[in-house]
Each structure stands twice: as C-alpha cells, then as structure tokens.
Design a protein around this ligand. Structure first.
Ligand code: SAM
Length: 285
C-alpha cells in the first residue's frame, strides 16, 4: 500500500498481532456502552487489512470461533483494566509512562493525561513505522508528550530508552500488555530484572500473563501465523511471589473477576480451577 508517496510496511510475524488487537478495540468502540473508546483502532485495523472483517474461519468450526471470541473478550477486559491502572498511577503523581511492546496502543491519543506526562512507546521498527503512517493519515494529535523507541526487547532496550529521555530518578508506570506471552521464559525474567533496575520508588507496573494451560488449549492446533501459534510463555505458579522476588508488591486478578466488576460477567461456569494472576498490577517496594 502506498501512503504519502511512501510504501506502508504490511503486518507480519509477531507484530501482526498488534493489528488484530486494534480490530478488537475497534469493535468494542462500536458497541453501545463500550468499556473504552479507541477512535484510532479502526484505522489501524483497516490499514492492516483487518477491517471490516478479519480472516474467515472454516465453516462450522465452532471451537475456533469460540476461541477467537474468548481471546477478543480478554483483550477488551485487559484494556479496561490497564486504562484504570494508568489513571490511578497518574492520580498518585506518576508522570512517566512506558508501554513495552506498544503495538497499536493509542492511549497517548485517547486518554486524558496530566500536564507534564511523558509517554514512551517501545516496539520494533516495523510496527512503529506502520503506526506512524496511520497516525499521519488520521492527523492524530497526542495528548501528552509521546516518544517512540524502536528496539527489540530482547536486546539492550534500557540504553535505548535512556537515550530517548527516560528519567531513572522519576517513578514510571510500565505496561506490558499482551507481550510476555510472546517471549520465552528467560527473556521474561531478563525483562523484569531490567524494568526493576530502572524503577524509582513509587513506580508501578501493569502486566498481562498467559493463564496456566492456555498455550495447550489455544496454541496446540492454532493456525500457522495466528497469534496463538506464537505463544510461548505462561504465568508462573505463584505470580505474587515471583514479582516479590523482583522487588514488587503485586495484586493479581482473574479475567472472570474483572469482567464481573466491569459489568460483563462470564456466564459459563469455570471449566477448570482459575488461579488469580492473568491481570497484574504492582507497586515498587
Ligand atoms: C499482541 S501485541 C500487543 C500490543 C499492545 N501492547 C496492545 O495491547 O495493544 C504484541 C506486541 O508486542 C511486540 N513485541 C513482541 N515481541 C517483541 C520484542 N522482542 N521486542 C519488541 N516488541 C515486541 C509486537 O511487535 C507487538 O506489537
């Protein structure tokens, strides 16, 4: 696709999942009484070829349809959870936001930010370029100071973030939404250690973690190239203890509990034990 006389890079590999997430947010935005509004999401989905429809499922594949709905539902609930967490962090005085694996997250454009807020979006170059071209097309204007940092999170991203102006002395709220499930366990550990090393007292964190068994249930027969086919890590057995080991005091929630709190209760009974942990908020001790 050509935009502004430039070729727009098309979604591929792991970052294509970010456009799928945008499609889900666009659908939520169209609902009556949405849990959030994301006015840019539709443009991201359309630019990635996922609007108005995404890839069709084989006829009669009820199981695949059910799984797709479940993933979409979890994206809506986690978005609301992290929107609330960001607002709470701002209310507590935090003015530095880092979105790790930011993808098509448009919070810089759709949320109200206190004066002086700096928001860093960290992702690889291709999704950030794609995003920039859609933002230009939509003439989108950020509602805070927005800084993009193109780097692979398995590489030396702390230096890249510092070079972009991240202030180690000021508290930060870190968001890793829909990210950790794509990183192998050793990369998740390293990421947590690096976040912790750059978190001044009063820093906060919002994480989403794959619930136990989700890779086997969703990933085993997932279509090649689909999001679930790229999932590699789930949450540890004891997420609170795991984060305490990294110096964080964490609160863990289930999707079911948050969904009920937001007025979108899950009507089907749990098919297995649901341990808290998929949606995590944490404060630096
Ligand atoms: C499912 S998307 C979620 C995007 C965004 N956090 C959201 O919820 O809208 C996962 C994102 O993580 C990014 N990602 C995955 N692995 C990464 C890595 N090693 N370095 C940087 N970004 C990565 C992808 O490019 C993609 O944008």
């Amino acid at each position: 696709m050509v935009t502004d006389g430039q070729e727009r890079v098309q979604p591929s590999g792991v970052w294509a999942t970010a456009v799928g997430v945008a499609r889900v947010r666009a659908l939520e935005t169209e609902r009556a009484n949405p849990l959030f509004r994301d006015p840019l999401a539709q443009a991201f989905a359309a630019a990635g070829g996922l609007w108005p429809s995404s890839s069709p499922l084989p006829d009669g594949d009820e199981e695949a349809r059910r799984r797709r709905l479940a993933v979409s539902f979890s994206i809506v609930i986690r978005t609301k959870f992290l929107d609330d967490l960001l607002q709470q962090a701002c209310a507590s005085g935090v003015r530095q936001v880092v979105l790790l694996g930011a993808g098509m997250d448009s919070r810089a454009f759709r949320m109200d930010w206190p004066e002086g807020t700096r928001l860093f979006e960290v992702d690889t170059a291709a999704p950030l370029d794609f995003k920039a071209s859609v933002l230009r097309q939509e003439r989108a204007v950020a509602r805070c100071e927005r800084i993009t940092v193109a780097v692979d999170l398995r590489e030396d991203w702390p230096d890249a973030l510092a070079a972009a102006g991240h202030d180690l002395a000021a508290p930060t709220i870190w968001i890793a939404e829909g990210l950790l499930i794509y990183l192998p366990q050793d990369a998740v550990e390293l990421l947590l250690a690096r976040i912790s090393a750059q978190s001044a007292p009063g820093s906060r964190m919002g994480l989403t973690l794959g619930s136990p068994g989700v890779i086997e249930r969703f990933g085993a027969d997932a279509a090649p190239g689909s999001a679930a086919s790229m999932w590699v890590s789930e949450m540890p057995d004891d997420p609170v203890g795991w984060l305490a080991g990294h110096g964080w005091e964490a609160d863990c929630h289930t999707l079911r509990e948050r969904a009920a709190a937001y007025g979108r209760p899950i009507s089907t009974p749990p098919q297995r034990e649901e341990r808290p942990g998929g949606l995590v908020s944490a404060v630096r001790r």
